[in-house]
Design a protein. Sequence first.
Length: 222
Amino acid sequence: MNKLAVAIFLFCSLGVSAQSPKELRDSLAVASDCLAYHPDSIDLRLKKASWNLQLEQWDYARSEYDYVLKLDKNNIAALYYRAYVNEKLGRYKFARLDYQNLLVIIPGNFEASLGLALLNQKDKHFTEALDLLNTLCERYPSRSEAFAARAGVEVEREMYELADYDYSQALLLEPENTDYLLSRVDARIKAGLKAEAREDLDRLVKLGVSKSNLLDFYKLTK
């Protein structure tokens, strides 16, 4: 597992250990107190920033990542999560720079490349997004996220049959992923593949999705 994947795993683990807002604020207070005595501790600042992130305190999190990167300009966790924070703040130019700098340090990294592709999609840079996602799908054929992300761009560009194919590829890798299935329903309806979309809806019901939540989609398949 590469260093960025480890950083993402550890961040997700933090979310499990501090679930409620009160627990998050308590953890944040402890980290802030510790930083008063150890202001240059990168580990402490990354932990504090992770709790800022979970509380959606984007500016505070960005300040922590800025500080970490002043101490260690190549800190991959700080670069990755600052890109995420900058995107949340609508600072797309700065988010793009963080992803690009990250990819200089770890060329071809899946998480950073996917983050940059999704940012390009959000910023309406569709050609760049598709180019990068094409590369990811070729380089990481076992990663369903790459195919699903490419399908999302294709839907936005009204390339519905291509999206149907990519969601199908993602579902070959994760057959019970209800998000992918529902997205393929939408793509198939837009492509005029109503019978196939209805089959997907029936499959969603078998997977435990309430049929009452799918009624609007069922109506579109008639």
